[in-house]
Design a protein around this ligand. Structure first.
Ligand code: ATP
Length: 364
């Protein structure tokens, strides 16, 4: 299903928001939005703003409410309470086709019997745009996703990645103010997915359209987004730039969902960092050395033994059990070949060090 848009979002300069403070009214604003399905509280009292031209991601595990929020912005789902507005206009009760948004789905939703060119022209045709003009605009959109050479083919004659790019062209040609993307890269293999992430980001920047992107893949969200809303059980646990949510997670859930964490609390935290609250040290900030190593100024250390080593190509992951009983994960770049004197094996005695400023306190 495609939602048709009304007009082109006005884009003046770079309106992307690079931190979590939105000073002007949001381009997309949700106020006290909740959604219940029978007994299920799918979305609970959400309030947030998405700025014009922003690449905004909703990230979270399955069932956390991301898709429901996207569908409420699109108008496919009604809100139980609250309001949704775009560019200052309350659209809560508008039908999907009356909203200035467009949606790209994971399953592409292309018409199988129409050529690529006709698929991309379709929305313009329903808007009664004259043939020469719609052919020109469609060709331009197809060129933007670099697929002019397949414009005469049918969808089944394209690869998955190409079909996804056409689905994007079909949405872009309608020049929506806001493009909603529901796990659009979910069906692609890892390599193609990474290529498409870079392309999507470039297309978004060039077109200056606000993207609202749903994913459960934290690397994907980090790579593309200006800001990320991390969802858990129908609520936003944290909203911030990729840096903010990774470096200063506000809850243990966010720390655990975005990358690998060494979460310590109580006696474990007291023994290692000298305080009992919940703290986190990212594995890439923990360095391992041979026995007897003394930490630098402003760093701390603990002795331990290696209990697990995993080689993953670019990185090696080493897990140690510290003499204080904690389990710490350390990751390092494989700058040397395996077997180099700096590599560790299970059973090795080690000293783990970290800089004190790399200990992040998680509010409780
Ligand atoms: P996924 O990544 O698996 O798509 P999600 O984070 O997008 O998950 P939603 O699809 O928004 O999550 O679902 C949130 C909650 O609402 C879930 O518990 C889901 O089962 C429930 N839900 C969603 N749609 C409906 C529906 N039409 N009827 C009943 N319950 C629903």
């Amino acid at each position: 299903m495609t939602v048709l848009s009304k007009g082109f979002g006005k884009v003046e300069g770079d309106h992307r928001v690079m931190n979590s403070e939105v000073s002007e009214p949001g381009y997309v604003s949700l106020r006290s939005v909740s959604k219940t399905f029978g007994d299920v509280h799918a979305v609970v009292d959400l309030d947030f703003d998405i700025a014009s031209g922003e690449f905004f991601s909703m990230l979270g595990p399955s069932g956390s409410g991301k898709t429901t929020v996207l569908r409420m912005i699109a108008g496919f789902e009604s809100v139980t309470t609250g309001t949704v507005s775009i560019d200052g206009e309350d659209i809560t009760s508008l039908a999907p086709f009356d909203r200035t948004v467009n949606t790209v789905f994971q399953d592409y939703a292309l018409f199988p019997h129409m050529t690529i060119q006709d698929n991309v022209e379709y929305g313009l045709r329903t808007r009664k745009v004259a043939k020469p003009e719609r052919a020109r605009q469609a060709s331009e959109a197809i060129e933007r996703v670099q697929l002019s050479h397949v414009a005469d083919r049918l969808p089944h004659q394209l690869s998955g990645g190409q079909r996804q790019r056409i689905a994007l062209a079909r949405a872009l040609v309608l020049r929506p103010k806001v493009l909603l993307l529901d796990e659009p890269l979910g069906a692609l293999d890892k390599q193609l997915r990474e290529e498409m992430q870079a392309e999507l980001k470039t297309i978004q920047r060039e077109a200056g359209i606000t993207f609202v992107f749903v994913t459960h893949d934290q690397e994907e969200a980090m790579r593309m987004s200006d800001r990320i809303a991390v969802f858990n059980s129908g609520r936003i646990e944290q909203l911030g730039t990729p840096h903010e949510v990774y470096e200063n997670p506000s809850t243990a859930f966010v720390a655990g969902f975005l990358g690998v964490s060494n979460l310590l609390e109580g006696a474990s935290a007291q023994a290692l960092v000298g305080r009992t609250g919940l703290v986190n040290i990212r594995p890439e900030r923990i360095r391992l050395h041979g026995p007897g190593h003394k930490p630098d100024k402003d760093s701390s250390s603990v002795s331990g033994a290696v209990i697990e080593v995993a080689y993953t190509g670019a990185n090696t992951i080493v897990v140690i059990r510290t003499e204080t009983g904690a389990r710490l994960i350390s990751t390092s770049l494989n700058e040397e070949l395996p077997g180099h004197k700096d590599t560790f094996a299970v059973g090795d005695k080690v000293v783990a060090t970290w800089r004190d400023i790399h200990v992040a306190t998680i509010p409780q």
